[in-house]
Ligand binder design. Structure first.
Ligand code: TXA
Ligand code: MG
Length: 318
Protein backbone atom coordinates (compact mmCIF):
# COMPACT_ATOMS: atom_id res chain seq x y z
CA UNK A 1 0.00 0.00 0.00
CA UNK A 2 1.18 3.47 -0.87
CA UNK A 3 0.58 6.11 1.79
CA UNK A 4 -1.18 9.34 0.84
CA UNK A 5 -0.51 12.48 2.89
CA UNK A 6 -1.76 16.05 2.62
CA UNK A 7 0.95 18.38 1.32
CA UNK A 8 1.18 20.35 4.58
CA UNK A 9 4.34 21.02 6.60
CA UNK A 10 4.36 17.61 8.31
CA UNK A 11 3.56 15.75 5.07
CA UNK A 12 6.38 17.53 3.27
CA UNK A 13 8.83 16.81 6.12
CA UNK A 14 7.87 13.13 6.03
CA UNK A 15 8.26 13.07 2.24
CA UNK A 16 11.73 14.62 2.44
CA UNK A 17 12.80 12.04 5.03
CA UNK A 18 11.59 9.19 2.81
CA UNK A 19 13.46 10.60 -0.20
CA UNK A 20 16.67 11.07 1.80
CA UNK A 21 16.39 7.45 2.96
CA UNK A 22 16.19 6.22 -0.64
CA UNK A 23 12.40 5.93 -0.96
CA UNK A 24 10.01 6.91 -3.76
CA UNK A 25 7.63 9.85 -3.29
CA UNK A 26 5.14 11.20 -5.82
CA UNK A 27 4.64 14.94 -5.45
CA UNK A 28 2.79 17.71 -7.28
CA UNK A 29 4.59 20.06 -9.64
CA UNK A 30 2.80 22.85 -11.51
CA UNK A 31 2.81 20.70 -14.69
CA UNK A 32 1.95 17.13 -13.61
CA UNK A 33 2.69 14.92 -10.57
CA UNK A 34 6.28 13.63 -10.54
CA UNK A 35 7.67 10.38 -9.13
CA UNK A 36 10.62 11.53 -7.05
CA UNK A 37 13.80 9.76 -5.99
CA UNK A 38 17.16 11.07 -4.85
CA UNK A 39 19.20 11.58 -8.04
CA UNK A 40 22.45 10.66 -6.28
CA UNK A 41 21.10 7.27 -5.11
CA UNK A 42 21.51 4.57 -7.78
CA UNK A 43 19.30 2.07 -5.97
CA UNK A 44 16.46 4.60 -5.64
CA UNK A 45 16.77 5.50 -9.32
CA UNK A 46 16.59 1.82 -10.26
CA UNK A 47 13.33 1.57 -8.29
CA UNK A 48 11.88 4.51 -10.27
CA UNK A 49 12.55 2.75 -13.59
CA UNK A 50 11.06 -0.47 -12.19
CA UNK A 51 7.92 1.19 -10.74
CA UNK A 52 7.21 3.01 -14.01
CA UNK A 53 8.17 0.11 -16.26
CA UNK A 54 10.37 2.68 -18.02
CA UNK A 55 13.04 1.66 -20.54
CA UNK A 56 16.54 2.24 -19.14
CA UNK A 57 17.53 4.37 -22.14
CA UNK A 58 14.99 7.08 -21.29
CA UNK A 59 16.69 9.63 -18.96
CA UNK A 60 14.96 11.45 -16.09
CA UNK A 61 14.55 15.17 -15.34
CA UNK A 62 16.37 16.34 -12.19
CA UNK A 63 14.40 18.79 -10.07
CA UNK A 64 16.09 21.31 -7.79
CA UNK A 65 14.95 24.18 -5.55
CA UNK A 66 17.11 26.80 -7.28
CA UNK A 67 19.62 27.44 -10.03
CA UNK A 68 22.64 27.34 -7.71
CA UNK A 69 21.90 23.70 -6.90
CA UNK A 70 21.53 22.92 -10.62
CA UNK A 71 24.92 24.50 -11.38
CA UNK A 72 26.59 21.83 -9.22
CA UNK A 73 25.90 19.14 -11.81
CA UNK A 74 24.91 20.98 -15.04
CA UNK A 75 27.01 23.43 -17.07
CA UNK A 76 25.14 26.67 -17.83
CA UNK A 77 26.10 28.72 -20.88
CA UNK A 78 24.89 32.30 -21.40
CA UNK A 79 21.61 31.18 -22.99
CA UNK A 80 20.87 28.79 -20.14
CA UNK A 81 21.60 31.55 -17.60
CA UNK A 82 19.15 33.90 -19.28
CA UNK A 83 16.41 31.28 -19.59
CA UNK A 84 16.80 30.20 -15.97
CA UNK A 85 16.60 33.82 -14.84
CA UNK A 86 13.51 34.41 -16.97
CA UNK A 87 11.51 31.21 -16.41
CA UNK A 88 12.58 29.41 -13.23
CA UNK A 89 10.78 28.42 -11.21
CA UNK A 90 8.47 27.25 -14.02
CA UNK A 91 7.63 24.66 -16.71
CA UNK A 92 10.94 24.77 -18.61
CA UNK A 93 13.41 21.85 -18.60
CA UNK A 94 16.93 22.59 -19.86
CA UNK A 95 19.12 19.81 -21.29
CA UNK A 96 22.69 20.88 -20.47
CA UNK A 97 26.16 19.29 -20.39
CA UNK A 98 26.51 17.05 -17.32
CA UNK A 99 29.32 17.72 -14.87
CA UNK A 100 30.83 14.25 -14.65
CA UNK A 101 32.01 13.95 -11.06
CA UNK A 102 29.00 15.64 -9.46
CA UNK A 103 27.63 12.41 -8.01
CA UNK A 104 24.53 12.01 -10.18
CA UNK A 105 23.56 8.33 -10.54
CA UNK A 106 24.48 7.33 -14.13
CA UNK A 107 21.13 5.58 -14.58
CA UNK A 108 19.28 8.89 -13.96
CA UNK A 109 20.75 10.35 -17.14
CA UNK A 110 20.69 6.99 -18.98
CA UNK A 111 24.46 7.29 -19.23
CA UNK A 112 24.28 10.40 -21.46
CA UNK A 113 26.77 13.26 -21.21
CA UNK A 114 23.87 15.69 -20.81
CA UNK A 115 21.38 16.19 -17.99
CA UNK A 116 17.81 17.54 -17.98
CA UNK A 117 17.07 19.93 -15.11
CA UNK A 118 14.28 22.21 -13.95
CA UNK A 119 13.07 24.25 -10.99
CA UNK A 120 9.31 23.66 -10.64
CA UNK A 121 7.08 26.44 -9.34
CA UNK A 122 4.51 24.44 -7.34
CA UNK A 123 4.92 25.54 -3.71
CA UNK A 124 4.82 21.92 -2.45
CA UNK A 125 7.54 20.88 -4.90
CA UNK A 126 9.70 23.85 -3.93
CA UNK A 127 9.35 23.20 -0.18
CA UNK A 128 10.11 19.52 -0.66
CA UNK A 129 13.18 20.27 -2.81
CA UNK A 130 14.40 22.85 -0.29
CA UNK A 131 14.10 20.27 2.49
CA UNK A 132 16.01 17.66 0.46
CA UNK A 133 18.60 20.28 -0.59
CA UNK A 134 19.77 18.22 -3.56
CA UNK A 135 18.60 16.96 -6.95
CA UNK A 136 15.44 14.85 -7.09
CA UNK A 137 14.87 12.87 -10.28
CA UNK A 138 11.18 12.94 -11.14
CA UNK A 139 9.58 11.53 -14.24
CA UNK A 140 5.82 11.92 -14.52
CA UNK A 141 4.22 9.64 -11.90
CA UNK A 142 2.49 7.25 -14.31
CA UNK A 143 3.31 3.81 -15.71
CA UNK A 144 5.43 4.25 -18.83
CA UNK A 145 3.31 5.05 -21.88
CA UNK A 146 0.23 6.08 -19.88
CA UNK A 147 -1.29 9.52 -19.53
CA UNK A 148 0.53 11.75 -17.01
CA UNK A 149 -1.20 12.29 -13.64
CA UNK A 150 -2.66 15.66 -12.67
CA UNK A 151 -4.13 14.50 -9.33
CA UNK A 152 -2.97 12.21 -6.49
CA UNK A 153 -5.81 9.81 -7.41
CA UNK A 154 -4.34 9.45 -10.93
CA UNK A 155 -0.96 8.61 -9.37
CA UNK A 156 -2.49 5.89 -7.21
CA UNK A 157 -4.47 4.48 -10.14
CA UNK A 158 -1.14 3.69 -11.83
CA UNK A 159 1.37 3.21 -8.99
CA UNK A 160 -0.44 2.12 -5.80
CA UNK A 161 1.75 -0.38 -3.98
CA UNK A 162 4.79 0.42 -6.12
CA UNK A 163 5.86 3.64 -4.38
CA UNK A 164 6.13 4.70 -0.72
CA UNK A 165 4.08 7.90 -0.60
CA UNK A 166 2.06 10.39 -2.61
CA UNK A 167 1.82 13.98 -1.41
CA UNK A 168 -1.68 15.22 -2.21
CA UNK A 169 -2.13 18.88 -3.16
CA UNK A 170 -5.17 18.44 -5.38
CA UNK A 171 -5.27 19.13 -9.08
CA UNK A 172 -2.21 20.82 -10.63
CA UNK A 173 -2.17 24.11 -12.51
CA UNK A 174 -0.65 23.65 -16.00
CA UNK A 175 -1.77 20.08 -16.69
CA UNK A 176 0.79 19.12 -19.36
CA UNK A 177 4.51 18.46 -18.93
CA UNK A 178 7.32 21.02 -19.07
CA UNK A 179 8.90 22.15 -22.33
CA UNK A 180 12.20 20.27 -22.83
CA UNK A 181 14.81 22.46 -24.54
CA UNK A 182 18.09 21.00 -25.78
CA UNK A 183 21.05 23.27 -25.00
CA UNK A 184 23.40 20.30 -24.67
CA UNK A 185 25.82 21.61 -27.29
CA UNK A 186 26.78 25.20 -28.13
CA UNK A 187 25.22 24.91 -31.59
CA UNK A 188 21.88 23.44 -30.50
CA UNK A 189 18.75 25.25 -29.44
CA UNK A 190 15.93 22.90 -30.11
CA UNK A 191 12.67 21.98 -28.43
CA UNK A 192 12.71 18.22 -27.81
CA UNK A 193 9.23 18.22 -26.27
CA UNK A 194 6.80 21.16 -26.51
CA UNK A 195 5.14 21.78 -23.15
CA UNK A 196 3.91 24.26 -20.58
CA UNK A 197 6.21 27.10 -21.69
CA UNK A 198 5.60 28.28 -25.26
CA UNK A 199 8.17 28.49 -28.07
CA UNK A 200 7.39 32.21 -28.40
CA UNK A 201 8.26 32.86 -24.75
CA UNK A 202 11.63 31.10 -25.15
CA UNK A 203 12.45 32.83 -28.44
CA UNK A 204 11.69 36.20 -26.86
CA UNK A 205 14.66 35.59 -24.52
CA UNK A 206 17.29 33.76 -26.64
CA UNK A 207 16.17 34.32 -30.24
CA UNK A 208 15.14 31.83 -32.91
CA UNK A 209 15.27 28.14 -32.08
CA UNK A 210 16.10 25.33 -34.52
CA UNK A 211 12.93 24.03 -36.11
CA UNK A 212 14.12 20.52 -37.01
CA UNK A 213 12.26 17.98 -34.95
CA UNK A 214 14.38 15.80 -32.71
CA UNK A 215 12.25 12.82 -33.66
CA UNK A 216 13.33 12.68 -37.29
CA UNK A 217 17.08 13.29 -36.95
CA UNK A 218 18.03 11.54 -33.72
CA UNK A 219 15.30 9.19 -32.54
CA UNK A 220 16.61 8.61 -29.03
CA UNK A 221 17.96 12.06 -28.30
CA UNK A 222 14.79 12.56 -26.28
CA UNK A 223 13.04 9.24 -25.91
CA UNK A 224 9.86 11.04 -24.79
CA UNK A 225 9.55 11.73 -28.51
CA UNK A 226 8.85 8.08 -29.27
CA UNK A 227 5.70 8.18 -31.36
CA UNK A 228 3.32 6.42 -29.00
CA UNK A 229 3.19 7.93 -25.55
CA UNK A 230 0.60 9.57 -23.34
CA UNK A 231 -2.02 7.13 -24.61
CA UNK A 232 -5.44 6.14 -23.26
CA UNK A 233 -6.72 2.63 -24.05
CA UNK A 234 -9.66 3.77 -26.19
CA UNK A 235 -8.59 4.70 -29.74
CA UNK A 236 -8.51 8.42 -30.54
CA UNK A 237 -9.66 10.22 -33.69
CA UNK A 238 -8.37 13.77 -34.19
CA UNK A 239 -9.84 16.88 -35.88
CA UNK A 240 -13.37 15.49 -35.73
CA UNK A 241 -16.00 17.51 -37.63
CA UNK A 242 -18.84 15.16 -36.75
CA UNK A 243 -19.34 12.52 -34.07
CA UNK A 244 -21.25 9.23 -33.69
CA UNK A 245 -23.43 7.98 -30.84
CA UNK A 246 -20.98 5.25 -29.82
CA UNK A 247 -18.12 7.77 -29.63
CA UNK A 248 -17.05 9.97 -26.72
CA UNK A 249 -16.39 13.58 -27.70
CA UNK A 250 -13.51 15.63 -26.35
CA UNK A 251 -14.79 19.06 -27.32
CA UNK A 252 -13.22 22.51 -27.40
CA UNK A 253 -14.94 25.89 -27.49
CA UNK A 254 -18.47 27.26 -27.27
CA UNK A 255 -19.93 25.13 -30.08
CA UNK A 256 -19.28 21.43 -29.32
CA UNK A 257 -20.33 18.91 -31.98
CA UNK A 258 -23.64 17.22 -31.33
CA UNK A 259 -24.57 13.54 -31.26
CA UNK A 260 -21.84 11.93 -29.12
CA UNK A 261 -22.75 9.33 -26.50
CA UNK A 262 -20.52 11.10 -23.97
CA UNK A 263 -18.94 14.54 -23.97
CA UNK A 264 -16.41 16.57 -22.02
CA UNK A 265 -15.35 20.07 -23.07
CA UNK A 266 -11.66 21.01 -22.63
CA UNK A 267 -12.60 24.68 -22.52
CA UNK A 268 -16.11 25.92 -23.27
CA UNK A 269 -14.72 29.46 -23.52
CA UNK A 270 -12.01 28.36 -25.97
CA UNK A 271 -8.97 28.98 -23.76
CA UNK A 272 -5.82 26.87 -24.43
CA UNK A 273 -4.46 27.11 -20.87
CA UNK A 274 -7.77 25.79 -19.55
CA UNK A 275 -7.65 23.02 -22.16
CA UNK A 276 -4.13 22.01 -21.08
CA UNK A 277 -5.24 21.97 -17.44
CA UNK A 278 -8.12 19.60 -18.32
CA UNK A 279 -6.58 17.43 -21.06
CA UNK A 280 -5.24 14.42 -19.15
CA UNK A 281 -8.04 14.23 -16.56
CA UNK A 282 -10.63 14.32 -19.36
CA UNK A 283 -8.80 11.70 -21.43
CA UNK A 284 -8.70 9.44 -18.36
CA UNK A 285 -12.40 10.04 -17.67
CA UNK A 286 -13.54 9.39 -21.26
CA UNK A 287 -11.28 6.32 -21.40
CA UNK A 288 -13.44 4.59 -18.76
CA UNK A 289 -16.81 5.15 -20.51
CA UNK A 290 -16.65 2.14 -22.81
CA UNK A 291 -16.94 4.25 -25.96
CA UNK A 292 -15.80 2.72 -29.26
CA UNK A 293 -13.58 5.72 -29.87
CA UNK A 294 -12.75 9.17 -28.49
CA UNK A 295 -13.29 11.88 -31.10
CA UNK A 296 -11.35 15.10 -30.53
CA UNK A 297 -12.28 18.48 -32.00
CA UNK A 298 -9.57 20.58 -33.63
CA UNK A 299 -7.75 23.01 -31.33
CA UNK A 300 -6.16 26.34 -32.31
CA UNK A 301 -2.48 26.15 -33.26
CA UNK A 302 -0.52 28.97 -31.58
CA UNK A 303 1.00 29.15 -28.09
CA UNK A 304 0.11 26.15 -25.92
CA UNK A 305 -1.62 24.69 -29.01
CA UNK A 306 1.76 23.25 -30.08
CA UNK A 307 2.09 21.12 -26.94
CA UNK A 308 -1.58 20.11 -26.97
CA UNK A 309 -1.37 19.00 -30.62
CA UNK A 310 1.80 17.03 -29.79
CA UNK A 311 0.15 15.14 -26.90
CA UNK A 312 -3.02 14.43 -28.86
CA UNK A 313 -1.05 13.18 -31.85
CA UNK A 314 0.91 10.77 -29.64
CA UNK A 315 -2.26 9.65 -27.84
CA UNK A 316 -3.82 8.89 -31.24
CA UNK A 317 -0.87 6.81 -32.47
CA UNK A 318 -1.94 3.17 -32.25
O1 TXA B 1 6.69 18.55 -16.41
C1 TXA B 1 7.54 17.67 -16.41
O2 TXA B 1 8.57 17.73 -17.09
C2 TXA B 1 7.30 16.45 -15.50
C3 TXA B 1 7.30 16.96 -14.05
C4 TXA B 1 7.17 15.84 -13.06
O3 TXA B 1 8.43 17.75 -13.82
N1 TXA B 1 8.29 15.45 -15.70
C5 TXA B 1 8.31 14.71 -16.85
O4 TXA B 1 9.30 13.75 -16.85
O5 TXA B 1 7.54 14.86 -17.78
P1 TXA B 1 9.33 12.55 -17.89
O6 TXA B 1 10.37 11.63 -17.39
O7 TXA B 1 7.97 11.98 -18.03
O8 TXA B 1 9.82 13.19 -19.22
C6 TXA B 1 11.16 13.62 -19.31
C7 TXA B 1 11.52 13.91 -20.74
C8 TXA B 1 11.60 12.63 -21.55
O9 TXA B 1 11.08 12.89 -22.84
C9 TXA B 1 13.10 12.38 -21.59
O10 TXA B 1 13.49 11.63 -22.71
C10 TXA B 1 13.64 13.80 -21.66
O11 TXA B 1 12.80 14.53 -20.78
N2 TXA B 1 15.04 13.89 -21.19
C11 TXA B 1 15.53 13.71 -19.94
N3 TXA B 1 16.86 13.82 -19.91
C12 TXA B 1 17.26 14.10 -21.17
C13 TXA B 1 18.52 14.32 -21.80
N4 TXA B 1 19.67 14.31 -21.11
N5 TXA B 1 18.54 14.57 -23.13
C14 TXA B 1 17.38 14.61 -23.83
N6 TXA B 1 16.15 14.41 -23.30
C15 TXA B 1 16.09 14.15 -22.00
MG1 MG C 1 6.29 11.04 -18.70
Amino acid sequence: MTRRLQADASGIAEAAAILLAGGLVAFPTETVYGLGALATDSAAIARVFAAKGRPAHNPLILHVANKALAARFARFDARAERLAAAFWPGPLTLVLPLIRDAGIAPAATAGLDTVAVRVPRHPTALRLLEAVDGPVAAPSANRSGQVSPTTAAHVLADLDGLIDLVLDAGSVEVGIESTVLDLGRPDTGRILRPGGLTRDAIEAVIGRLDVSSGASSEPLRSPGLLARHYAPKTPLRLDAVSVAKDEALLAFGPQPLEGAGWMLNLSPKGDLAEAAHNLYAMLRALDTEGARRIAVMKLPEGGLGEALADRLKRAATA
